[in-house]
Ligand binder design. Sequence first.
Ligand code: EPZ
Length: 421
Amino acid sequence: MKERMLITGGHPLQGTVRVSGGKNTAVAVIPATLLCDEPCTIENLPDIDDVRVLVDILQSLGARVDYVPGAFMTVDPRPAEGREVSYQDARKLRASYYLLGALLGRCGEAKVPYPGGCRIGSRPIDQHLKGFASLGAETEEIGGTYHIVAEELVGSDVFFDVVTVGGTINVMLAAAKAKGTTIIYNAAKEPHIVDLANFLNSMGAKVKGAGTDVIRIKGQGYLHTTTYAVIPDQIETGTLMIAAAATRGDVVINGCIPTHMEALTAKLLEMGIRVTDSDDAIRVRSSSSGVRAVNIKTQVYPGFPTDLQQPMSALLTTARGTSVIQETIFENRFRHMDELSRMGARVRIMDRTAIVEGVEELHGAPVTTTDLRAGAALLVAGLMARGVTEIYELEYIDRGYEHIEQKLCSLGADIHREAIC
Ligand code: EPZ
């Protein structure tokens, strides 16, 4: 059933909220359970559509999955004989491509259709395939499907031409049980890479160096059971921080990891927003006098995250002055700017740069989500705007944010959903 979200803006967010488990770590750890030789359990998973699709995929491969949203997921991969993911499932999310590395690592063969996910650029996976080839796998692309086979996976050196989160994760998955040692050079360093390494190591894998640009994986013949809680969501934490600032509120975000947020925190401080943190909480207080314009350049971790560029751009629409946003990671990640312009934002796009000229205020309007973090941007804009904003195509938001409107309403936002015929 199609729904729309109605937000009446102008309410400063106040109070405390707990962040959910990380989407981008969950979508890597769940496929990784196929590498285990015993049942294993994951906790702190966000109850989002991407997780539910991955449950369907594991079950379609024959794994037994006991998933209690908000509690745990136990996966028994032992009965899984399947090696192929369906088109209907694969197209629902980007992370379906992690079944390439996980199935290769588990049984030496994988057939996975091209992934779906946010249309924010061409998003090739040449580096993933290069990594698999280094380990001895052969890839055929037939009818929009990757068919990858390896008689035997043998550890090797893999040097990525570009820093790729997905490529790093996929090679880690394929290498975890390969013969010998794999060294990944120019590896991605995002928090979810470290979380995956910790999960694999909790099963007895030997992964060293995650979080640096050189990761060493010594293949293991047997991976044992584990119970593992994934880290909190870095991007949801950032989205909530930005929403607090955008509504000139005062919000404490609990259960987060402040050190993952340093690039955003630094920017918010530069804008004149007060950010203080403790071990597992961040408090964001925005002065009633508004915020200063700043320049943003997205970078790989620990730089400013590309996934926070979009919600941040909503905040910058009413900053004092003109902000310059450079999106260096994806070539088409400004699609939300047209929708912000409907709400009165003044934005000019030149290739991978957006010039945002601060306006007095945004006004509510009907707007449409084009991808997950564009949805986050429209949520922030709706919270800021005078009047009512109607957000359409909510499925993007539901893919990556767990109960987001309940969280925002608990902080004083006026949001509700209604069915649209
Ligand atoms: C992951 O995408 C995340 N998705 C993205 O989050 C995130 O924006 C991105 O990493 C960067 O942090 C998941 O984790 C499911 P990349 P991924 O491979 O793995 C190019 C969200 O909103 N590249 O690091 O696809 C690529 O085109 C989503 O949660 C190649 O050229 O990102 C891009 O320009 C959106 N060849 C750049 O590298 C390759 O083989 C970074 O891509 C792989 C990537």
